[in-house]
Write a new protein. Structure first.
Length: 262
């Protein structure tokens, strides 16, 4: 099943939120590991504790985050000079966070990379990507080593797409989204670079992964108001396509606490 970051809350809770009830206030944001603030841009990069505990991984993520902020600054500074009115509400905001999603076999670290930006439009934008870090090789890898064939349109890729679409349809029905709107399906292609950001899902069996979780930002597979989606595909649905490395790391079931909708 999928998880949702957008829920319908009782009116009383909304009322408390509106008046800033301390009991329901959002937790304070962690101190960023890198920050830049000018008249044009307010940018930050934040790593979670697990990432910072691995020096090589932290260095890799922080370097990437700094580069992203530098690129956003390069875009914003000329805009500020040519049209300051665009910044009447303050500098454009860019926030990138790196969060550990799972650790499998004490080797493979799945990371969620979330980008938040607000440049004065109707609403902020959020983008989601993922990183799979091999602690043994001290570098980023893809999920290719865990499958015998992940070429475009391969049986394994088609099985992943089938699992994703089934999960998304079920979640859209549960949320009351337009079930007749299936245009989003076209954006999910049986290609590793077109199927969506993926992480290794935790498992009830220690050291194993229960399958693949695909992460979709707002707009990716539905209207902005629908928010983010996660689609879980159990390893058993992909068992025929696993390599020796894949057979070694997949097993068990998805932990209950991962099923955020239950």
């Amino acid at each position: 099943m999928l998880s949702s970051h957008f829920r319908v809350y009782p009116l009383v809770i909304l009322a408390c939120l509106a008046i800033g009830s301390p009991a329901l206030a959002e937790p304070a944001k962690p101190k960023p590991d890198f920050a830049v603030k000018t008249k044009a841009i307010d940018g930050t990069v934040t790593l979670d504790a697990g990432i910072k505990a691995d020096a090589k991984l932290a260095e890799n993520c922080l370097a990437e985050g700094k580069k992203w902020i530098a690129e956003r600054r390069t875009e914003a500074e000329p805009e500020f000079k040519s049209d300051p009115e665009l910044f009447r509400n303050g500098p454009w905001t860019y926030e990138r966070s790196y969060t550990t999603d799972s650790l499998v076999a004490d080797r493979y670290v799945s990371i969620l990379r979330t980008d938040y930006s607000y440049t004065g439009g109707a609403h902020p934008n959020t983008d989601i990507d993922t990183i799979l870090w091999d602690k043994q090789l001290t570098r980023r890898i893809s999920i290719r080593p865990f499958f015998t064939d992940l070429s475009d349109g391969s049986p394994a890729m088609r099985a992943m797409v089938d699992g994703i679409v089934t999960a998304l349809k079920a979640e859209k029905k549960e949320r009351g989204a337009d079930e007749e709107d299936t245009a989003y399906i076209k954006s999910i292609e049986p290609k590793l670079l077109k199927i969506g950001p993926v992480t290794l899902a935790p498992s009830t069996t220690a050291g194993k992964s229960s399958g693949l979780t695909f992460h979709y930002a707002p707009y990716a597979v539905g209207a902005y108001a629908e928010g983010e989606y996660e689609a879980f595909v159990p390893w058993t649905a992909l068992k025929p396509y696993l390599s020796a490395d894949g057979s070694a790391i997949f097993g068990g079931d998805r932990p209950k606490q991962e099923r955020k909708d239950e």
